[in-house]
Design a protein around this ligand. Structure first.
Ligand SMILES: N[C@@H](CCC(=O)N[C@@H](CS)C(=O)NCC(=O)O)C(=O)O
Length: 205
């Protein structure tokens, strides 16, 4: 069975867990706690020198980091990757957007506000920049979803999973999701997918 090293409350770690739940992929979860320096401990750094989760470990021992690369690896043979080459590229476009234009602001602001150990870094300037840039990213999503059910094509793809992870908890970062009706309706569509599990969910055992 594959193993996903992750943190229960991390959206990046939720992405592969959610894909596994939706696609029926069995996995083992190993919690890596930031509080005890988990990702920076020598034994973890030996597995991922970048010192971050999520980290996927295959049955043969090979490992893969970066949440969206893990989504790609696990998702390739599932209905969450479009067959059409252009739609596949559009899916990647949204996944790069998630990493470069969304996560760092939407998730970043949430982490500054939610985790006590990050409070010292939560300067007013930093919070303001993250609010402005995160709001812009959410506005891009809102405009796109005004005329669509999912980010690419007619069915959910890895792009929806990647963007759902931190958007659904954006309110914890001080973002006003009530002002984004198309995004809110899309969030509901994801929650209603067969097999959906919330971020707090971990597999048994
Ligand atoms: N771009 C990476 C970001 C991963 C990331 O930021 N992981 C955080 C948890 S959400 C982490 O491991 N933080 C611990 C640390 O940096 O020491 C991805 O998408 O996987």
């Amino acid at each position: 069975m594959i193993t996903i090293y992750g943190m229960q409350d991390s959206g990046n770690c939720y992405k592969p867990r959610l894909l596994c739940a939706l696609a029926g992929i069995a996995f083992r979860h190993v919690e890596v706690s930031m509080l005890d320096g988990g990702t920076k401990r020598p034994d973890f750094l030996a597995m991922n020198p970048v010192g971050q989760v999520p980290l996927l470990e295959l049955e043969d021992g090979r490992r893969l980091a970066e949440s969206d690369a893990i989504l790609w690896h696990l998702g390739e043979t599932t209905p969450f990757v479009p067959a059409d080459p252009f739609e596949k590229s559009q899916m990647l476009q949204w996944m790069f957007f998630e990493q470069n234009g969304h996560e760092m602001h939407v998730a970043g602001r949430r982490s500054l506000l939610v985790y006590p150990e990050r409070r010292a870094s939560a300067t007013p300037e930093r919070l303001e920049v993250a609010l402005q840039r995160g709001t812009s990213a959410l506005a891009v999503m809102e405009a796109h979803l005004e005329t669509r059910r999912f980010f690419v094509g007619e069915t959910p793809s890895l792009a929806d999973i990647a963007l759902f992870a931190y958007t659904h908890v954006a309110d914890e970062g001080g973002f006003d999701l009530d002002a984004l009706p198309a995004v809110t309706a899309w969030l509901t569509r994801i929650v209603e997918l067969p097999g959906f599990r919330p971020m707090s969910w971990l597999p048994e055992g």
